[in-house]
Design a protein around this ligand. Structure first.
Ligand code: AMP
Ligand code: MG
Length: 361
């Protein structure tokens, strides 16, 4: 992958995207190029989902394993129905309730979807994003857009254009800068291709909200809270989901989850700092615990407050940029306070356990 590209950056109004900017980006998509663009979850790196060569550029730019399939972004239900072999009642129900929005549905694919997109799987992942820039780009491009997160494979997902630039400068054709993203974590992925729905990845739409609409319990894919799972079908009873096999969301520094009650977490962090004077430690804390460290005279190399325990949405929104910030500060270890796995807290803890590869204190 030696052909460095000239990466253009264009500012775009996130609420009312300028048509000239969208047209320029759509031109890149139409001629088989790659465009990073904001969605309500994180920035995506898009290419024409029906053009196998364009899609392969996404894998090259990210250094993404070809066995890890891509989510296809659509701008209407009709466009989505054209990409599947079967549209079950559950998909209709969920699409009507949560689309546009941070929910991805796995469905049997139509033959029009290239193997490169689905990694040869018989299913396709569909998402109808709720971001004016993403929607305008899909419409102007006149084609569904395959888009994983716009980061180097394995890195935390980008929540602003500076993160995209840091990872992908010289590797993509265009970056649309529409400011910071709203949710800050990727979409929820629900597999509807199996006899019963399985939550493959928690995200912007909570498991509880999905269960309320489907009026049944949704099975959690076993690896959701197990970090990178080496388990296979025989061990878990559920066929593996491709993305769970790969290291993900990880900054360069080692990430450690800090468990226990909020008070116990603070005590563990204070003790760790006292016992490791030579280690540059980053601490990602919550509002409730943040003053504790200063009060105890603890001085981590970098301290960042993610948000209040009463607002896990805020914590979700800041997590990835805080992990990147710790790398910028050159820390060796990042200690992260943990939160309950309710609502979007499940998505936060999923990303953390993956980033930490289950290292816990
Ligand atoms: P990312 O693009 O990095 O947000 O990752 C998308 C994830 O969606 C992948 O890692 C897979 O786990 C999942 N995914 C995409 N397409 C499929 C599919 N056809 N079947 C199962 N999982 C999929
Ligand atoms: Mg990703």
């Amino acid at each position: 992958m030696e052909n460095r590209k000239e990466t253009r950056i264009l500012r775009v109004d996130p609420a009312h995207p300028e048509s000239a900017v969208i047209e320029a980006a759509a031109e890149v998509i139409k001629r088989g190029g790659t465009v990073a663009f904001p969605t309500e979850t994180v920035y995506g790196l898009g290419a024409d989902a029906l053009d196998a060569k364009a899609v392969s550029e996404i894998f090259d730019a990210k250094g993404r394993p070809r066995g890890n399939p891509l989510i296809v972004h659509i701008a209407s239900l009709a466009q989505g129905r054209g990409l599947v072999a079967h549209w079950p009642p559950a998909a209709e129900l969920l699409a009507r309730k949560f689309w546009p929005g941070p929910l991805t549905l796995i469905l049997p694919r139509a033959s029009i979807v290239p193997d490169e997109v689905t990694a040869g799987l018989p299913n396709v992942a569909l998402r109808f994003p709720a971001h004016p820039v993403a929607l305008a780009l899909i419409e102007a491009g006149g084609t569904p857009i395959a888009a994983p997160s716009a980061n180097l494979s394995g890195h935390p997902s980008p929540t602003c254009s500076a993160h995209v630039l840091a990872d992908l400068a010289g590797k993509v054709d265009l970056i649309l800068d529409g400011g910071p993203t709203e949710v800050g974590l990727e979409s929820t992925i629900l597999d509807l291709s199996r006899p019963r729905p399985v939550l493959l990845r928690p995200g912007g739409v909570s498991r509880e909200a999905l269960e309320a609409v489907l009026e049944k319990e949704i099975q959690l894919y076993p690896a959701v809270l197990q970090g990178v799972s080496g388990k296979n079908k025989e061990e878990t009873g559920v066929a593996p989901s491709p993305g769970t096999r790969f290291k993900h969301y990880a900054p360069a520094a080692r990430v450690v989850m800090v468990t226990g009650t909020p008070e116990q977490q603070a005590d563990k962090i204070i003790n760790y700092l006292a016992e490791h004077p030579g280690v540059r430690v980053g601490v990602l804390t919550t509002v409730e615990n943040s003053s504790f460290y200063q009060a105890k005279g603890a001085a981590p190399a970098h301290l960042e407050t993610l948000g209040s325990r009463r607002s896990p949405e805020e914590i979700a929104n800041r997590l990835f940029s805080a992990l990147r910030k710790c790398d910028e500060m050159g820390v060796d270890v990042i200690l992260v306070e943990t939160i309950p796995v309710a609502g979007i807290g499940l998505a936060v803890m999923n990303r953390l356990s993956r980033a930490a590869e289950n290292h816990a204190l």
